[in-house]
Design a protein around this ligand. Structure first.
Ligand code: CNA
Length: 244
């Protein structure tokens, strides 16, 4: 059984020899930036709400209970002061160095782009984009955060919807196609900070047929046995020891 340091050295070797890395990320990469994930011990699913969070962030709930949806959303999903952490920055540096084809993310917080990543496939959309459901007028996340109650369009009074894929909604075809193409072209896929239980996103890693599948996560995932290199650790114990 390798120690954590040995595994980090193996990861460094894989990164050094990689030509086309793709990172596949989840909410866990943003917990060091102060944004809670869903399923960790201190994640949103362990907080006590009147409704389970899975239900609040679903399409039917958004339509039927907009007041409760927006209260939860503004309070828990709009973390507009959050800054990218070392893990986001490492991925951005890999892209700048020409080593990475980009990031496929389930995150909706925009922190990969804030860290400098340019090629980001946002499978579940972004809290930074919001549109009027009638006229399509764009609204910023700040507009949503500062609105009281249910945010509505200034032009026609219709409701606004975040460009976030809620449960029961489909993913964008062009984004999925781009993500699959990137994963197929990668020689190294590094999967990190995701419990890999949300589909169809999690299934995209099955398109990888490159050399090394690396999985870095604090908790177990259903794909652990598929990994060529499995690092079960906190990112703060891994990324400060890596270089591009
Ligand atoms: P998840 O199911 O909450 O899993 C997160 C995983 O990250 C867990 O298995 C943790 O063990 C692991 N993890 C958390 N912190 C660390 C750390 N510091 N070091 C190492 N591992 C860590 O989240 P998924 O992304 O798998 O679930 C998909 C959902 C979550 C998507 O629909 C997202 O939109 C949604 N989400 C996104 C955000 C965000 O954008 N930051 C926040 C909360 C939820």
């Amino acid at each position: 059984m390798s120690t954590l340091d040995e595994k980090i050295s193996q990861l460094q070797e894989i990164i050094d020899s990689a030509k086309h890395i793709v990172f596949f990320t989840g909410a866990g990469v943003s917990t060091d930036s102060g944004i809670p994930d869903f399923r960790s011990q201190d994640g949103l699913y362990h907080l006590k709400y009147k409704y389970p969070p899975e239900e609040i962030v679903s399409h039917h709930f958004f339509v039927q209970n907009p007041e409760e949806f927006w209260e939860f959303y503004k309070d828990k999903m709009l973390n507009l002061d959050a800054e990218p952490n070392l893990t986001h920055k490492f991925m951005a540096e890999c892209e700048k160095a020409g080593k990475s084809l980009g990031v496929v993310t389930q995150n909706i917080d925009g922190l990969h782009q804030k860290a400098g990543s340019e090629k980001v496939y946002e499978l579940h959309g972004s809290v930074l984009r919001n549109y009027c459901t009638r006229c399509g007028q764009f609204y910023s996340a700040e507009y949503i955060k500062n609105s009281s109650g249910i945010p509505v369009c200034e032009k026609d009074g219709a409701s606004i919807k975040p460009d976030v894929v809620l449960y029961e909604e489909g993913l964008s075809d062009p984004v999925i196609r781009g993500a699959i193409a990137a994963i197929r072209s990668a020689d190294v896929l590094i999967v990190l900070g995701t419990s890999l239980v949300v589909y169809p996103a999690a299934g995209l890693i099955n398109y990888f047929s490159g050399k090394h599948l690396v999985l870095i996560n604090r908790d177990v995932t259903p794909y652990d046995s598929n990994a060529d290199l499995l690092i079960q650790a906190s990112f703060s114990d891994v990324f400060p020891k890596l270089h591009v």
